[in-house]
Design a protein around this ligand. Structure first.
Ligand code: NBX
Length: 824
């Protein structure tokens, strides 16, 4: 009898089936029983039951993609900050409430089980989280896509706070297993490193390069299924784990070198051991270059294998089939690697290979900070990747000799600027220049940022290739950042605008007409209140601090960096505290300032700012004189799962970077979508948020990009502001006392020093007065509940543009030229 293909309906589980499946997995997969099972076992059994659905759809997706042989996007990123997957997968499979009911009948709460899951924290911040949102959107929109990255054993460090200071602890997200990943030994790759290059006579005549590797590393792929919303397409995120290659170990082992072979093994496994915790700055470490090459080479091999299975050695379709997006410069080495494979291994001539190469790659820039632009020393490159350095030299020689010479004949200054190689005492490979030269398209991540990429960072490249530079404004997935994290607001929106908004976030515009409606305002603010009450409990549990849900919850959550200006927030809170001490009746609505932030372990000033926030918190929170009008909370170990609890509870969103420095921001989008009012500068995507929500519904302050540039050009002197503003002076002088660190004066002085002697590179003092005024405006708005509710509603309802589905659609139209591939 012919087996009938399962229909969608067959796939959809009901409550009783899911319940039976969970219990079956508890017994047969987890080897325990309903009586004995721990919450963790229940969570894993639930995941296993869900995986039956996931795998069926994954297989269908892969078959469909194979049969249709369509063009696919390969998203190369050193980071994917996935967070937890259980509730996300349940939502995307439309199984969330079914599962909730099934578990309830078993005496369990789904939300409790979800807390068992460790965050998959394989990223630092915005860049890694953006990659996670993008693969969600790609699957949701039914685009054939693979995410490629590194299977770090330890993700971003866990942050503990001890006596106010950040302590880094290792993160062991898979210590007890991760039910969402599948090991694929059948797709293992072997990757060469070190060694030397030999020039030999090729079979077809002419010379040929052969790279003799000094060692080889095994790349083991782990697949994480990426379930699109609606559950049609299940793509994969393929993360490479490094292992010792058997070929190498055996030689050493047979020679009696068991211990040496173990050392080799340990070294090989070091490559994917730990995520570098620096965001924005680059350490230039050998291991990091090896990490980058390792995951790019494994991924290119994987793409080649799949391509050749269908097309053999005919590469004429390669560029039509394969698109690769480079998430910042971290995967740049993929460009010379593809050249190496095509020229050295597949015997294509240089021109043919290059024509393919620059059509395949595109590059996203996420920063203008000079210290963040990756450069590798030529010596290091030569040692680790000798053949790649030769290829880079060849790319560079042809680029400078042909294109640059034709456009600017004899201009050596421009040549030096555009060269991939930076000359100097230590010669360096500029990864940004290599990316631009080797890519079809280069994009920034918000309108203003893309403009600055074009005009300030790469002006000559833009003159050479006017069509290469473009913009794709970032977005966030509304499934995780509204539907899953704010269920009450999601349900309200379902009622008011229908259930399509998680796919078409623009539909929320339909809510605007209720912004003045008293009943709706009340519903909206009641939900906010519930979310705040939940956060009150989390704050108490995590920090012991008691806060009142009647206060304004003012939240700044992001990595700690001077340009993001947590120090501006800090000195403003100190100013408020002074006002309250000077006048206990100082008229302000009670405020809770809440921070969440990790500092790079080597970033001394950033760690000092965390310490100062905690010391200020200790003093303020225990000062009865101010009658609870001011509270300060530093939430330890900020991460995706904590963001999901903080964002729905925010009244005010702090987006206060120095204009021109925050490429886009994505937390700004999540907070506004959940009804927070932005207090921010005209920087990154804030500008577009204000365009959507209306300037009157945001508290914008401070210097804009042009004013920042002008002030810097005039010569900025922070002392001008210090002496001109007595409150600011008093606050800064406070850092030198022991008011916040009893018996230890000077412990916080580094912050004052950076703002005065250090020259205040991010113009904190220049923006202080305007920031303080903006806060007063926000305070006055909050005292008018109807006005506040209206602004909060309008902010949430107008964030449709910042759906990551829209970003992906922009990438598809402007860069990737993909077609959707419906999985039946
Ligand atoms: O990328 C961030 C930007 O700062 C944000 O403005 C932007 O919204 C976000 C997404 O486009 N950049 C970022 O997160 N960078 C890193 O995390 C990073 C990590 C490692 C590294 C350099 C930067 N070596």
């Amino acid at each position: 009898m012919a087996t009938k293909k399962k229909t969608e309906l067959d796939l959809q589980l009901n409550k009783d089936q899911l319940k039976a499946s969970i219990v079956r997995h508890l017994r047969s997969t987890l080897g325990t029983s309903e009586q004995k099972a721990s919450p963790q076992a229940w969570w894993k059994a639930t995941a296993a039951a869900v995986n039956e659905q996931v795998y069926e759809r994954l297989t269908r997706t892969q078959q469909t993609h194979f049969n249709k042989d369509t063009r696919a996007i390969h998203y190369f990123s050193a980071e994917f900050l996935m967070g937890r997957l259980t509730s996300n997968n349940l939502h995307n499979l439309s199984l969330y409430s079914v599962c909730e009911e099934a578990l309830r009948e078993l005496g369990l709460e789904l939300t409790d089980l979800c807390e068992q899951e460790p965050d998959m924290a394989l990223g630092n911040g915005g860049l890694g989280r953006l990659a996670a949102c993008f693969i969600d959107s790609l699957a949701t929109l039914n685009y054939p896509a693979v995410g490629y990255g590194l299977h770090y054993e330890h993700g971003l460090f866990r942050q503990e706070i001890q006596d106010g200071r950040q302590i880094e602890r290792p993160d062991s997200w898979r210590e007890y297993g991760n039910p969402w990943e599948i090991c694929r030994p059948e797709s293992v790759q072997e990757i060469p490193l070190y060694g030397y290059v030999e020039t030999v006579f090729g079979d077809k005549g002419g010379l040929k390069k052969v790279w003799h590797a000094g060692r080889k590393i095994k790349g083991v792929p782990w697949d994480i299924p990426v379930v699109g919303f609606g559950g049609h397409t299940v793509n994969i995120l393929r993360l490479w784990e490094s292992r010792a290659s058997e070929f190498f170990d055996w030689d050493v082992f047979n020679a009696g070198g068991y211990v040496d072979s173990q050392a080799e093994k340990a070294q090989a496994e070091t490559i994917s051991k730990v995520l570098y915790p620096n965001d924005e700055t680059d350490a230039g470490k050998e291991l990091r270059l090896i990490q980058q090459y390792f995951f790019c080479a494994c991924s290119i091999k994987d793409i080649m294998r799949r391509y050749k299975r269908v097309h053999g050695s005919d590469f004429s379709n390669f560029a039509a089939q394969i698109a690769i997006q480079l998430n910042d410069t971290h995967p740049t080495v993929a460009i010379p690697e593809l050249m190496r494979v095509l020229v050295d291994e597949e015997d294509l001539n240089w021109d043919a290979a290059w024509t393919i190469c620059y059509q395949v790659f595109s590059y996203t820039n996420h920063t203008l900070l000079p210290e963040a632009l990756e450069k590798w020393s030529v010596n290091l490159f030569e040692k680790v990747l000798p053949r790649h350095l030769e290829i880079i030299y060849e790319i560079n020689a042809r680029f400078l000799g042909d294109l640059v010479e034709a456009k600017w004949p004899g201009d050596d200054v421009i040549k030096a600027k555009l060269s991939i190689i930076e000359e100097g005492e230590v010669r360096k490979v500029r990864m940004g220049n290599l990316c631009v030269i080797g890519s079809a398209k280069v994009n920034g991540v918000a309108e203003i940022h893309s403009k600055l990429v074009k005009e300030d960072l790469f002006p000559e490249f833009a003159a050479l290739w006017p069509d290469k530079m473009c913009n794709v404004t970032n977005g966030v997935t509304p499934r995780r950042w509204l539907l899953a994290c704010n269920p009450e607001l999601a349900a309200l929106y379902d009622e008011v605008v229908g259930k399509e908004w998680p796919l078409q976030l623009d539909k929320l515009r339909g809510v605007v007409k209720f912004a003045d409606d008293k009943a709706f305002q009340q519903q909206f603010m009641t939900i906010k209140r519930h979310n705040k009450e939940k956060l009150v409990k989390v704050i108490k549990a995590e920090t012991g601090i008691e806060v009142d849900a009647n206060a304004i919850f003012d939240i700044q959550i992001k990595r700690l960096h001077e340009y993001k200006r947590q120090q501006l927030n800090l000195i403003h809170i100190m100013a408020l505290y002074r006002r309250l001490l000077a006048n206990p009746d100082y008229d302000m609505h009670p405020r809770v300032f809440i921070f969440g932030s990790k500092a790079a372990p080597g970033y001394k000033l950033a760690k000092d700012i965390i310490y100062a926030i905690n010391k200020l918190a200790e003093r303020v929170n225990n000062d009865t004189r101010i009658q609870g009008k001011l509270k300060v909370v530093f939430m330890p170990n900020y991460r995706v799962s904590l963001a999901e609890k903080m964002i729905p509870a925010a009244d005010v969103s702090e987006q206060i970077s120095t204009a021109g420095y925050e490429a886009s921001g994505t937390g700004n989008m999540k907070l506004a979508l959940n009804g927070a009012i932005t207090i921010g500068t005209l920087d990154g995507a804030n500008i577009e948020i204000v365009e959507e929500a209306g300037a009157e519904h945001c508290a914008i302050f401070g210097l804009n990009v042009d004013e920042v540039k002008a002030l810097k050009a005039r010569g900025y002197n922070p002392y001008d502001f210090y002496y001109a503003n007595s409150e600011l002076k008093a606050v800064l002088d406070w850092f030198d006392t022991d008011y916040f660190t009893p018996g230890k004066p000077g412990e916080l002085s580094s912050i004052k020093r950076s703002l005065l002697e250090g020259g205040d590179p991010y113009l904190t003092l220049a923006d202080f007065a305007a920031y303080s005024e903006a806060h007063q405006l926000v305070d006055s708005w909050y005292r008018d509940p109807a006005l506040w509710a209206k602004k909060a509603i309008i902010n949430s309802a107008t964030m449709g543009k910042f759906n990551s589905d829209r970003s992906i659609q922009d990438y598809v139209e402007r860069i990737w030229k993909l077609e959707r591939c419906k999985v039946g």
